[in-house]
Design a protein around this ligand. Sequence first.
Ligand code: HEM
Length: 206
Amino acid sequence: MSELKQRRNVSRVQSSTPAKQSHQATGDAVLTNRSAWWRIVIRIMLTLVALSICLSFLITETAFWGHKNKWTNWRNYIPRKQRVFTQLELLQYDGTNPEQPILLAIEGDVYDVTLGSGFYGPGSSYHLFAGRDASRAFGTNCLSRNDHLTHDTRGLSEGELAGIRGWHRLFDNHQRYVKVGVVSLDPIDPNSPIPPPCDGAKAKPV
Ligand code: HEM
């Protein structure tokens, strides 16, 4: 027998000595205890979460104690392919075709707002936002001029631009809406006239 083989046999004999075996058994028991302990902790936590959801439903009729944002919307946990729309394609989703979802865009991001059809469907107050990126109107609050229903934000004040970002955040964190893609916006001709302000009249929804 070669010297190497002999050494391996000796080490095998050593590892199976009673002392070593008992040490291994203790180690295994610690591991088993630890995993059993973790299983108990996880079970307790899941029970508490389930209990909280049930109580929340009973008291607030919502799953998370009235707290609503995009993470309390199960639709946001479904991975979905983000689509790139042209402006013309987006226009087909303005709610006039009941077979299609209602989409709107802000600062180039496209959201499915079908669950807000009471706001954006045909004949509703904010239908003019459907099927397009009307970022400018979100900033100027001007709903009475068609030339504000554009992604052209030239000439807007810091406050108006912040207003657009605020609306953008609203759609992004909305409990009922999901982001479905982006719209590839036509570049704005720098020589075209900047839409004039809303004649001082604060625009109102129809
Ligand atoms: C006289 C002025 C206005 C009044 C009284 C008014 C009133 C309202 C009310 C009561 C809601 C429903 C809120 C809810 O139930 O969640 C709403 C939603 C909305 N408003 Fe106005 N609004 C006015 C002006 C505007 C303007 C100028 C804009 C455009 C920037 C605008 C954009 C919106 C949008 C986009 C929603 C829907 C939000 C969603 O989808 O959850 N509103 N408004």
